[in-house]
Design a protein around this ligand. Structure first.
Ligand SMILES: *Cc1c(COP(=O)(O)O)cnc(C)c1O
Length: 370
């Protein structure tokens, strides 16, 4: 069968391994599996969100409220924006998809940092667009600006904080960069981990209302999948100028967010106490990861997210470590595919992290390097 030539060279995105797969492949009891691979909230979600979904379960026969008024009102209040500046998607992934379709075509280009969220280039490639990458392990805004001048991309992606490295640009540097970009170029600022960054360091905190007020060519992305613990519900959002949001709306399929997902997100948004507790615990546990790394000669990247990246050069091989951990039911992310000899570990609950440290310590000793 002949397919659109554009999709022939596409790679399929490899998400973190689901627990079910590890159960099947290695025969490990689900309760013994520790999943630290997909940056989910280890504390689950707000109990209020779970209760709201349970109480609304009987509504699943109805199509969702396609105006999404309740959730949109909550988000508008939270961010101080108008509803005409907001679009809600099935994960912020879907907003990235809309934005790519809105701006890209065969021969168009996106610009991104070399090591960043994999979906940017996948959606771009689906549109037949080329991908320009600024080299380096972190966003190099000077290099990005040079490449912008040289290639005139249709979209520039900035991931702050960045996945899969965990580091984060300062707000000032992001704003100074965007200021120099022509208004015909869409600048997508992905704030999937902004709750974590803002909690840890106010210099990293982005204010979407301020961003879109200053810059008509910015699309800010947020999600309920990380700090809010709703990865399974698929709810994310984009915030931008009326012009951008209106264009994205043309690409939105009706009822793109389910009834129960909308209800979960509304309730989750109202329970900021749950988010605060999750953030505090995340960084408390992250300190243990830093201590472990220091004690074992592992280099880390300062993280403003709910995960930490262990750079394993001189210690071991990331694929070997990730596979060996998997055999023990501990799922982490190997970053070899990004060209890094590194693993990305989602910060889990205290006991889950202890399991990781025990297993990792034995592996490092056995690999004989230390
Ligand atoms: C998780 C993530 C997203 C989107 O997640 P959704 O579940 O689709 O909302 C977007 N960007 C980055 C960098 C992420 O890590």
């Amino acid at each position: 069968m002949k397919f659109n030539p554009v999709i022939e060279h596409l790679k399929v995105y490899e998400p973190g391994k689901p627990i079910e797969l590890v159960v099947r492949e290695f025969g490990i009891d689900p309760k013994d599996i520790v999943k630290l691979a997909s940056n989910e909230n280890p504390h689950g979600c707000s109990r209020k969100a779970a209760d709201a979904v349970r109480n609304a379960a009987h509504l699943m026969y109805r199509y969702p409220d396609d105006t999404m008024t309740a959730l949109k009102t909550g988000l508008c209040d939270r961010f101080g924006i108008g509803s005409e500046n907001l679009i809600v998607g099935a994960g912020s992934d879907q907003i990235i998809e809309f934005a790519c379709h809105a701006k890209l075509y065969g021969g168009a280009k996106i610009l991104q940092s070399e090591i960043t969220f994999a979906m940017y280039q996948i959606y771009a490639a689906q549109c037949g667009a080329g991908v320009i990458k600024a080299p380096g392990i972190a966003h190099d805004l000077d290099a990005m600006y040079q490449l912008y001048k040289e290639h005139e991309p249709e979209i520039i992606f900035i991931c702050a904080p960045n996945n899969p490295t965990g580091d984060c640009l300062n707000r000032v540097d992001i704003e100074n960069f965007i200021e120099r970009i022509d208004h015909d170029t869409l600048v997508i600022v992905d704030g999937a981990y902004q709750e974590y960054a803002a909690f840890k360091n106010p210099d990293k905190a982005l204010d979407p209302a301020r961003l879109i007020e200053k810059f008509p060519h910015v699309l800010y992305l947020g999600t309920f999948s990380k700090a809010y613990g709703l990865g399974g519900m698929r709810v994310g959002y984009g915030i931008g100028s009326v012009e951008i949001v209106r264009s994205l709306y043309k690409l939105r399929p009706p009822f793109n967010v389910t009834t129960l997902s909308l209800i979960a997100a509304e309730a989750a948004l109202e329970d900021q106490a749950f988010v605060e507790t999750s953030l505090a615990d995340c960084f408390e546990q992250m300190a243990r990861y830093r201590e472990f790394a220091t004690a074992h000669g592992i280099e880390t990247i300062e993280s403003y997210t709910n995960f930490i990246t262990y750079l394993l050069d001189g210690v071991s091989d990331s694929t070997h470590i990730a596979d060996a951990l998997l055999r023990q039911g501990i799922i982490v992310r190997d970053l070899k595919g990004y060209g890094l000899n590194a693993i990305r570990i989602t910060i889990g609950k205290a006991d889950e992290n202890s399991r990781f440290f025990d297993a990792m310590q034995k592996l490092i000793i056995n690999s004989g390097n230390r």
